[in-house]
Design a protein around this ligand. Structure first.
Ligand code: COA
Length: 311
C-alpha cells in the first residue's frame, strides 16, 4: 500500500531525483532514443513547496517517496503539475491518487477551472486526464533558438525602451497578466525577479508598459514565459525585449555548450502571428504539448500557456 501526504522540505531531493529519472524514462520510451535529461533546478521545487505547501504532495510506500505532484491555485484558475511516479511504481494507481488529491485541493482553493499540459504522445497521461474529466482545448508550442543563431533586426528609434521589472511595476504587470491569461501570477513574478537566475523585462512607451516577458534558467538553459505585447506593437517591442533577454542569459548560462546555450519560449498554438515572427528570428519548434482543462472554460483566456515555469 502507499499513502499520499504533504511534501516536507526534506523530501525535495528525492522529488528532484524522481522528476529527472521519470521524465528521462518517458522521453526514451516515447522516442526510442537515449535522452540526456538535465535536472530541473532545485529552486523550482522549493518555490512550489513554499508557495503552496498544501498543494505539494508526495506518494510514499514503506517510508520511501515514489511519486509527487504540485498544484498551483492562481486566483479562480489553477494549474496542475508536474506529476511523476517513479518508473518501477507506475500503473499501480499512484498517479491517479495524486491527481485526485490535487483536483480536490485546487477545487477547495476556489479554482473554478483547472488546466494542465502533457505530451500528446503519452497514452498513459492523456487517458488518465480524460478519465478525470479533462478536455483537450489546444496546443502549447515550445520554441527554441541557440543563442548564437538568434537573428534580431538592428535596433532603431521606433523600438520601445526596455527596463528590468522592479517592485514598482510588478502590481501593474500582474494585473495586465491577469487580464490576458486569467492567472493571478503576482507571486510567480515576485519569485522570478528575486531569483538570481531569473529576471523580468518591461517595454515602455513613455510611462506606459506596452509589453513584458519573464525569464529564468530551466534545466540550465534560458526559458522565457508570459510574453505579452500590446496589439500592433510586435515589431517595436519583441526585438528589444529579446535583445535584453539574450544578454541576460549569456550572463546566466554557465556552460555554453550548444545543448545549453539556448533560449526557449512557450506559446499557445493559436498565437500564429507571434509564432511566425519568432520563426523568422531563428526560433524552431522543440516540443508540442496539448493543453487540457476541466471546469468553467469561460474563466480561461485562450491565448496563454498555462504554466509560468513551462512558459
Ligand atoms: C502519468 C503517470 C503519472 C500516471 O501514473 P501511474 O501511477 O503510472 O498511473 P495509474 O496506475 O494511477 O493509472 C492512471 C490511469 O493511467 C492510465 N494507464 C496507467 N497505466 C497504463 C498503461 N500501462 N497503459 C495505458 N494506460 C495506462 C489508465 O487510464 C489509468 O486509469 P485506470 O487505472 O482507471 O485505467 C505516470 O505513468 C508517470 O509518471 N509517467 C511519466 C511522467 C508523466 O507522464 N507525467 C505526467 C505528465 S503531465
Amino acid at each position: 500500500m502507499f499513502e499520499i501526504r504533504y511534501m516536507r522540505p526534506d523530501d525535495v531531493e528525492a522529488v528532484q531525483r524522481i522528476d529527472t529519472e521519470t521524465f528521462k524514462h518517458l522521453r526514451e520510451k516515447l522516442t526510442g532514443r537515449p535522452y540526456n535529461q538535465i535536472p530541473r533546478e532545485m529552486e523550482y521545487f522549493r518555490y512550489w513547496l513554499n508557495t503552496d505547501p498544501r498543494g505539494a504532495l508526495v506518494a510514499e510506500r514503506n517510508g520511501e517517496v515514489i511519486g509527487f505532484a504540485f498544484n498551483h491555485p492562481r486566483g479562480n484558475v489553477g494549474w496542475f503539475g508536474p506529476l511523476a511516479v517513479t518508473p518501477t511504481e507506475q500503473s499501480a494507481g499512484v498517479g491517479k491518487a495524486l491527481l485526485r488529491s490535487g483536483i480536490e485541493y485546487l477545487r477547495n482553493s476556489g479554482c473554478g477551472l483547472i488546466g494542465l499540459e502533457t505530451f500528446p504522445t503519452n497514452p498513459v497521461s492523456v487517458s488518465m486526464y480524460i478519465k478525470h474529466g479533462f478536455r483537450i482545448v489546444g496546443a502549447t508550442v515550445l520554441l527554441e533558438v541557440p543563442l548564437p543563431e538568434l537573428r534580431l533586426p538592428e535596433g532603431d528609434d521606433s523600438e520601445a525602451e526596455v527596463g528590468n521589472v522592479g517592485e514598482g511595476e510588478l502590481a501593474a504587470i500582474a494585473e495586465m497578466e491577469r487580464e490576458v491569461s486569467g492567472f493571478d501570477r503576482r507571486r510567480d513574478f515576485e519569485f522570478v525577479i528575486s531569483w538570481d537566475k531569473g529576471f523580468g523585462l518591461a517595454a515602455f512607451e513613455g510611462d506606459k508598459v506596452v509589453g513584458y516577458v519573464f525569464g529564468c534558467l530551466k534545466r540550465e538553459r534560458g526559458m522565457l514565459g508570459c510574453l505579452h505585447v500590446d496589439e500592433g506593437r510586435m515589431r517595436s517591442v519583441v526585438p528589444p525585449l529579446l535583445r535584453r533577454a539574450a544578454e541576460q542569459f549569456r550572463g546566466l548560462i554557465a556552460d555554453q555548450s550548444p545543448e545549453r546555450n539556448r533560449m526557449g519560449i512557450l506559446f499557445d498554438g493559436r498565437q500564429t502571428e507571434l509564432l511566425n515572427y519568432f520563426f523568422s528570428l531563428g526560433f524552431r519548434t522543440q516540443t508540442t504539448m496539448i493543453k487540457l482543462v476541466q471546469g468553467d472554460e469561460g474563466l480561461m483566456r485562450t491565448h496563454s500557456p498555462l504554466s509560468l515555469e513551462k512558459g
